[in-house]
Design a protein around this ligand. Structure first.
Ligand SMILES: C=CCO[C@@H]1O[C@H](CO)[C@@H](O[C@@H]2O[C@H](CO)[C@H](O)[C@H](OCc3cn(Cc4cccc(/C=C/CN=C(N)N)c4)nn3)[C@H]2O)[C@H](O)[C@H]1NC(C)=O
Length: 133
């Protein structure tokens, strides 16, 4: 996997900003937030061309290692070779994802997780920063 941040204590209502450089020729990157690799409030997967999806955002959750129900978004404001920032705010009900250009996607909080302790970045996004904004 890519960069892993653990022992975080991000409470509902706090806004997490993840910034990274999308690699030239990017196929796919993922930003995972939750408690551990097997308990994910949100798996945010930007697919440029992966698993049969082209320029599609696939969101899902994971509980005890089991994937939940995918949510797909075709508003795809990512470009290879550029810096991207995605903002995440969560509460008991949902995660609100603010995409570049300020389009928002809402994903239900299936895990019921209150605090985010774990964030990991995978794939074609070179991690630059994680901050609370
Ligand atoms: C139609 C057939 C059956 O339905 C498909 O069934 C697949 C398997 O379940 C799902 O796919 C799965 O979807 C999950 C979300 O739900 C996860 O995303 C999972 O990935 C997990 C995962 C993460 N990671 C690390 C990672 C993440 C991103 C990029 C890289 C590396 C990039 C390398 N860069 C290159 N080469 N340039 C690596 N690895 N695996 C993916 O396999 C498809 O969505 C689904 N499609 C539809 C339409 O339903």
């Amino acid at each position: 996997p890519g960069i892993v941040c653990t022992n975080l204590n991000i409470a509902p209502g706090q806004r997490v900003a993840v910034k990274g450089d999308v690699l030239p020729g990017a196929k796919s990157f993922a930003i995972n937030l939750g408690k551990s690799p097997d308990v994910l409030l949100l798996h945010f997967n930007a697919r440029f061309d992966a698993h049969g999806d082209v320029k599609t955002i696939v969101c899902n959750s994971k509980n005890k290692g089991q994937w939940g129900k995918e949510l797909r978004e075709t508003n795809f404001p990512f470009q290879e070779g550029t810096t991207a920032e995605v903002l995440f705010t969560h509460d008991k009900k949902e995660v609100i994802i603010t995409l570049p250009g300020n389009h928002q996607v809402k994903f239900p909080n299936e895990t019921g997780l209150e605090n985010i302790e774990f964030v990991c970045i995978d794939g074609d996004l070179n991690f630059r920063s994680l901050s609370l904004v």
